[in-house]
Design a protein around this ligand. Structure first.
Ligand code: ASP
Ligand code: MG
Length: 449
């Protein structure tokens, strides 16, 4: 039995939290691997350093060192503290080199912002050693996590990672050693750190689980699991005990901040069940995500929403007959790295849903296209994502949902039904989000109002 466990920034954010996490690891049976984020606040600090260069970075280096040393001093004494300091030294050296590195290097930011994980993993490994558990801190390079892609938005190369970890990590497991691996980044083709995007440690853990064929992936965070709606909007939300990969992927992408959306794919590929657990309440079972089919009587499992979006509608005669043109429009928008949340087409229009902040960039990109007759923009709309398994198979579901939306007094501005069989996504004015989410929750999920 191999368990991969991921601990986020708050879970490793203080000496007490680190002890709690070490106990969770100690109480887990079988072979285990931990993947960790940087201590909370550290990555933001590193990002601010990369964005605001200073003439003399020494005080910054000192502050970074102090933060980790102070944590270590509360956890280790005597020889244990000395042993930690010895391991910390080469990491500090590496950190210093990252700070003073070549700012022109396209991977400069990746190298610097990925430094925090190297320290949190080291501290945790030493806490475990202090408890008599054979443990070793490994950087992503040492563990064999292979990354590819552009700076700050890398992806793992699953095949290479599997080969690398087979050589570097698997033998440790058979020797009963628990590796503590840095999340957030992998090594690119040149061996340089390449990060997976902010919040990417969840994804790292899923990649590790995939690479070593784990039996389960546990994402330990600071909430009880996925909820049936945002508790700030709906007071009587329920925790979701179980759902399938598709539902979790939609929810993670469209609203719930529980899990990084990219976490699902690497484990889904190998049918590895994923559990979301609360490291502050280890007795709680959390949410189990797996290949569940049916088994849920509620029409909907959860209602998520994403606000501050805009609909950009492009009119052009008979656009439906000219798919190459739609392709060109999408290509233009994609060039600017704008995320398109939804697309819908009619005979002479194609509409895109993007973030309010991306409207200007999108319009600039579309400027040069002569085939466009008109562009309309509707700001401040929200996307509602109603998630439930096999929605398409349940007859009349969308009719029921839209009639509930009408009950909430909202107009549906755009629909992307049918693209997924686990979610019904549609757009309403932002001022109506709370009413719509509350009404859908009350009618299709239930719970206290
Ligand atoms: N420490 C990184 C971040 O804050 C990665 C993570 O936390 O998942 O973005
Ligand atoms: Mg973090």
């Amino acid at each position: 039995m191999i368990t991969v466990m991921k601990f986020g920034g708050t879970s490793v954010g203080s000496p007490e939290a680190l002890k709690r996490v070490a106990n969770i690891i100690a109480n887990t049976e079988g072979e285990k691997v931990a993947v960790v984020s940087a201590m909370s606040g550290i990555t933001n600090y590193l990002v601010s350093i990369t964005d605001n260069p200073v003439a003399d970075p020494e005080p910054i280096i000192k502050q970074f060192e102090d933060k980790h040393m102070m944590t270590a001093e509360q956890l280790f004494q005597g020889e244990a503290l000395e042993a930690f300091k010895q391991d910390m030294e080469p990491r500090m050296e590496n950190f210093r080199n990252a700070v003073f590195g070549d700012r022109e290097d396209p991977f400069y930011k990746d190298n610097l912002t990925s430094q925090g994980e190297r320290f949190s993993s080291l501290i945790l490994a030493h806490v475990l050693k202090g408890m008599g558990i054979d443990s070793v801190a490994l950087t992503s390079e040492e563990a064999g996590i292979a990354a590819e892609g552009n700076p700050l938005s890398g992806s793992a190369n699953l095949k290479k990672t599997s080969t690398g970890m087979g050589i570097k990590v698997k033998p440790l497991l058979s020797m009963n050693i628990t590796p503590i691996i840095t999340g957030f980044y992998g090594a690119n083709e040149e061996g340089k750190p390449l990060t997976f995007g902010r919040g990417g440690s969840d994804y790292s853990a899923a990649v590790v689980a995939n690479a070593i064929d784990a039996d389960v992936l546990e994402i330990w965070t600071d909430v009880d699991g996925f909820m049936s709606a945002d508790p700030r909007i709906v007071p009587g939300v329920k925790k979701i005990d179980e759902m399938n990969f598709g539902e979790a992927a939609e929810l993670a992408y469209f609203g719930a901040k529980v899990l990084h959306p990219r976490t699902i794919e690497p484990v889904r590929l190998k049918h590895i069940p994923l559990k979301v657990r609360n490291s502050f309440k280890p007795e709680e079972p959390g949410t189990l995500i797996h290949h569940l089919r049916k088994g849920n009587n509620d029409l909907l499992r959860s209602v998520a929403s994403k606000t501050d979006l805009s609909i950009i509608t492009i009119s052009s005669a008979e656009i439906a007959y000219r798919p190459a043109m739609v392709g060109r429009i999408i290509e233009k928008i994609a060039e600017a790295d704008v995320i398109i949340y939804s697309i819908s087409t009619s005979l002479s229009t194609v509409a895109f849903l993007v973030h309010n902040n991306d409207v200007r960039t999108t319009l600039n990109k579309l400027n040069g296209l002569d085939v466009i007759d008109r562009i309309d923009v509707k700001n401040n709309v929200a996307l509602i994502c109603a998630v439930g398994d096999n929605l398409l198979e349940k007859s009349g579901v969308s009719g029921d949902i839209f009639s509930a939306v009408k009950d909430a007094g909202a107009n549906v501005e755009m629909i992307s039904e049918g693209a997924s069989d686990v979610s019904l996504n549609f757009v309403v004015p932002m001022g109506k989000v709370i009413d719509v989410v509350k009404t859908l929750h009350a009618q299709f999920i239930g719970g206290v109002q």
